[in-house]
Design a protein around this ligand. Sequence first.
Ligand code: NAD
Ligand code: FES
Length: 281
Amino acid sequence: MYRILKKENLAPNIYLMDIEAKRVAKSCYPGQFVIVRMDEKGERIPLTICDYDREKGSVTIVFQALGSSTKRMAGYEVGEEFKDFAGPLGNKSELIDETYEELHEKSILFVAGGVGTAPVYPQVKWMKEQGHEVDCIIGARNKELIILEEEMSKVAKNVYVATDDGSYGFKGNVNDCIKDLVNNQGKHYDLVIAIGPVIMMKFVCLLTKELGIATIVSMNPIMVDGTGMCGACRLTVGGKVKFACVDGPEFDGHLVDFDESMKRQQMYKTAEGRAVLKEKE
Ligand code: NAD
Ligand code: FES
């Protein structure tokens, strides 16, 4: 069983939890994810790792209480336990395997959209630990939905906050902010790493293609087994079938078929909707 050590409400419907999971904490890296199951009958919820403390044996997850399962998960309190906390799953971020010289040659921009800020944080923190500071855009619909700004400011060189409604920081979405940095502020980037809603990653990739900046995205489709057997997380990347759980979750954003991925997500949303109705019966 995996005990909840800390619970924080970061923004409306967005929760952070530290979970006691010694084995995962010992071996995980930025970019990887876990699959959480609350109890025997619970749905498997894939969540990208937000932070980890190897000494304490804890792993931090951040999730949005949207569907029936994540809403139930938000009801759990400190001291309560999850049945499964499987991981670390997926591959660590590619940058982690780069040599010191390869990494330090790159000017990197992280683009974090909404809850996607959580999986961006450990990567930026890891970069800082290697002595390589990067820029980061945090985008949200409004000020209330901005998460981890303070934490990110401690590990990034520059943090640019953008809100769609202009209630805080730059007014506009993350793409408007990228354009402003590159076209008006003379910033140069060799690599963009974008993590957030699929629609955001799609449009960031269209823009970075135009700007000629290589881009990595992190895909988090519905997952069931997390081992490449069930096919739930299937994607098309560069015309080839890939499974986010074993081949990803990070991929070359300029090769991902985002439209297909969004269609598949929609299909599962309907299935989740049916599950909610069933619960209410
Ligand atoms: P949101 O819809 O509030 O969007 C966050 C920001 O993304 C916006 O403020 C905007 O700056 C940008 N954005 C959104 N649509 C855009 C567009 N068309 N063009 C340019 N920029 C755009 O995000 P949210 O509600 O926090 O996100 C929830 C979604 O994020 C869920 O679907 C969840 O599955 C996904 N998510 C993905 C990951 C991942 O690893 N990729 C991790 C966590 C959450
Ligand atoms: Fe089953 Fe990836 S979750 S194949």
